[in-house]
Every structure is written in structure tokens, then in C-alpha cells.
Design a protein around this ligand. Structure first.
Ligand code: SF4
Ligand code: SF4
Length: 326
């Protein structure tokens, strides 16, 4: 076979693969949006029980492209144990120790030098399910104190799904040895199961429509520095702003991706979050006030291009380029 013929076949196969991916994405997003729209009223009701997640590290050791927490472009940062305990004590007091779920995550939570102590603190204040959500890379290296902290405090380890090699056999052995509940989300995640939520840096998206179609609102409730928000974005946007504003004042965005109408458009890089995007847990009078706040969209929702969620895209390590997020 000639080189030209071989290249033509490869190109044809690539095009075919691209079409299949697009059809799969279309079917998946159509079904998801249909479901989200008909369940919107239910999802946007004030909660009855508390659930939240919190990042104990900003940074990560995997650095995926388009990371939803902006961890792949975040500076190294660890939550202070005192701040973590103060916030947990306050929310516990408001919620009467009652929680539906708490996820301790990041970034990569196992990078935190005092992760075992943080787990002890979490259990000190809450009676319900507490999980540590990790990419699993460091699990094999964790010491006995960590595993014992998980066991004694009934902390479940959840390994998120990424197309990376993990020594699953060894991780399972360790969990068994220390009698720790382990959940591995999917050890066979394909490279084409990644997703990206693009942002409209001009903040022109419809907040009401976004809230109806958003899967995270009032569910992936996020705690940071004494504040709770309905999703992580308003409280982690500083990672995006710090990285891109530090490196470029403005960026020129090509219309090749179809995200913008005109090529060469100059946009501001800031995803601006204000106090209206989250609630101060020390000023809230009771848990009902917090649930009421969390059940409503926030001004920050204007940045999310929810209808343009890209699902089923190829996973990869971040090149720290702004196009991974817009
Ligand atoms: S593993 Fe990837 S998606 Fe998860 S926090 Fe790290 S960089 Fe983000
Ligand atoms: S900012 Fe609003 S629309 Fe965007 S993900 Fe969070 S809750 Fe959803």
C-alpha cells in the first residue's frame, strides 16, 4: 500500500471516529438535559439534610486538562488544620451533627501532610458518611496512621476514575488489611470519557436556564474558608484568575473552537466571584437559611456555558492553556 493511500485511510478512520464521538456526545447530552430539565424543581428545593465537599489542597499530582476545580493551574496550598476544624465545628453546630454526605477532596487530598488529622476532625463533628475522594496515586504509599485513621473514624476511601495505571490489587489488599471501606469508581475508564465545562468570560449566559440544566447546583455544595456555595466554582475561581491574570492581562481567543463569534476577540480573563455567590456560615442564623441560599442560582452562574458541556472528550494532562476552560 502506498503512503498516500495509507494516509487517506487513516484520515477517513479519524473522521469516522470523530463523527461517532460527536453522535455519542449529542445523545448523552440530550438525554441528560431532558432529565435535568424535568427534575429541576425537585433539585432546586431547599435541602433537608446537609451535604458538602471541601478541598484540603488546591493543587494536584495528576493535573488533568480542564479540571473543574482548576487544580491543574493552582498554586500549592494546604488548608490549615485550625481553619478546617473551626469551619467543621460551626457547620456541625448548625446542622446538629447530621449530614447526608461529606467529601474531603482537592486537588489531591492525600498530598496534605496532615490528612490523617483532618479525617479525625471530620469525624469528631459529624455522625454521617464521610469520604476521602482521591485519584489513588498515593494510596500505596500512605502510612499505617492514615489507614488506621480511616478505619477508626469510619472514613470511606473513594478512588475517582481516570485512565491511569493504579496498582489496584495492592490498594485493595491495604484496604482489606486495615478494614477500610474502599470504592473504586471505575478502573477501566476509557480515555474518551472526559468532560469539559466551558466558561463564557463575558458572563452573558442565562442564570435561570443554567440553574435548570446544572447537575451540580445544590448537590456539589462546597465549603471554603467559612463560606458555603452551591457548587465549587465561585470559591475556586481565584485559582483560574491567579493563573491566567498573572500570566496574561488579556487573551485573544480564536473562533476556531466555535466558542466565540468573531476571531481575534479580546476578552477579560477574570471569573469574578463576590460575597453574593456564597454564604458566610458564621453569619447565618440557622441551617434553614443556608439551605435556602444553596437552593438558588448565584450571579456566578452567568459564566457557565452549561448547554455546551463537552462530554466524552479525550482525557489528557493539562497544558495549562486557557482554551481548556473556555
Ligand atoms: S485528579 Fe484531575 S480532575 Fe481531579 S483534582 Fe486532580 S487535576 Fe483535577
Ligand atoms: S456556577 Fe451555577 S451554573 Fe455554574 S456549575 Fe455552579 S451552580 Fe452550575
Amino acid at each position: 500500500m502506498t503512503k498516500t493511500k495509507r494516509n487517506a485511510i487513516i484520515e477517513y478512520m479519524e473522521q469516522k471516529k470523530g463523527r461517532v464521538v460527536k453522535i455519542r456526545q449529542f445523545l448523552y447530552t440530550s438525554a441528560s438535559f431532558f432529565y435535568l430539565r424535568i427534575t429541576a424543581n425537585q433539585r432546586l428545593k431547599p435541602r433537608k439534610r446537609l451535604r458538602f465537599e471541601t478541598d484540603v489542597t488546591d493543587h494536584c499530582n495528576l493535573n488533568c486538562k480542564s479540571c473543574h476545580h482548576f487544580s491543574s493551574i493552582a498554586d500549592q496550598n494546604f488548608v490549615e488544620t485550625e481553619v478546617f476544624e473551626k469551619d467543621f465545628a460551626r457547620i456541625s453546630q448548625l446542622a446538629g451533627r447530621n449530614n447526608e454526605n461529606i467529601d474531603i477532596m482537592g486537588g489531591e487530598p492525600l498530598l496534605h501532610p496532615e490528612i490523617s488529622t483532618l479525617l479525625i476532625i471530620a469525624r469528631k463533628y459529624f455522625d454521617g458518611p464521610v469520604n476521602i475522594v482521591t485519584n489513588g496515586i498515593l494510596l500505596e504509599k500512605m502510612n499505617a496512621f492514615f489507614w488506621e485513621s480511616c478505619r477508626k473514624n469510619n472514613i470511606r476511601i473513594i478512588v475517582s476514575s481516570y485512565p491511569i495505571k493504579l496498582n489496584v490489587k495492592r490498594i485493595k489488599e491495604l484496604a482489606k488489611k486495615y478494614s477500610v471501606t474502599l470504592k473504586i469508581r471505575s478502573i477501566f475508564m476509557s480515555k474518551n470519557s472526559w468532560c469539559k465545562l466551558p466558561f463564557d468570560l463575558n458572563g452573558k449566559q442565562c442564570i435561570k436556564e443554567n440553574s435548570k440544566l446544572c447537575i451540580t447546583i445544590n448537590k456539589c455544595i462546597f465549603l471554603k474558608n467559612g463560606r458555603l456555595s452551591t457548587c465549587c466554582l465561585p470559591l475556586v475561581a481565584d485559582r483560574f484568575n491567579n493563573y491566567f491574570c498573572k500570566n496574561t492581562e488579556t487573551v485573544t481567543v480564536s473562533s476556531r473552537t466555535g466558542n466565540f463569534a468573531h476571531s481575534g476577540l479580546v476578552v477579560s480573563t477574570a471569573l469574578e466571584a463576590t460575597d453574593d455567590d456564597s454564604i458566610d456560615i458564621y453569619k447565618a442564623k440557622n441551617i434553614g437559611e443556608i439551605y435556602e441560599f444553596l437552593s438558588k442560582p448565584v450571579p456566578f452562574c452567568r459564566y457557565c456555558k452549561i448547554k455546551s458541556w463537552e462530554i466524552g472528550i479525550e482525557w489528557g494532562v493539562s497544558k495549562k492553556e486557557i482554551t481548556e476552560w473556555i
